[in-house]
Design a protein around this ligand. Sequence first.
Ligand SMILES: [Zn+2]
Length: 211
Amino acid sequence: MAELVFHTGPMDCGKSTLALQFDHTQSTHGRQGCVFTCFDRSGVARITSRIGIERDAIQVDADLDFWRFVIAELIAGRRIDYLVCDEAQFYTSEQIEQLARIVDELQIDVYTFGILADFKTRLFPGSQRLVELADRVETLPLGPLCWCGAKGTHNARTVGGLMVTEGSQVVVGDTGAGEVRYEVLCRAHHRRRMTASRAKATLGSDPLPFG
Ligand SMILES: [Zn+2]
């Protein structure tokens, strides 16, 4: 049976690396797949990972219909055994439903990778639909740590060094109010808006990584 799998975690949990590894492992076993991404950090339709490996990918725009795309490829004589879908948090609910249909009706495995929740701790639309529909949800094991040493689970956004809890869901770069950065915290420190730099200022010394 084919399956729809959602590999997820906070930012910086190595999901793009795992997506590329999945594609590599599948292809070395003679399986043929398509690789998709959306708003990759490189700004083009490639999956790039922080450890330096990368691969061309098909760009997922809001109007991409996965079902029609795959059917067209199959009609053209292409074999498709699996799909690797990175940055799946940015896909629409409809696109996730198309992926589920591809699994059920075409028996094509779909491996999706994405961040679970935004900086307000709310699920991204694509991630929510994946949690609802996936056969399996796998949490990536090698996630980042909060500055306190606890497991990093929640994404914080800082603007000009201060943690914010308002703003649009997707922002990168400079907003005018200051540079936008992201930092992964444990839930307790996310609730208290205690980023590493604020902890350092408050505690008067460098926070101990495992203190
Ligand atoms: Zn913490």
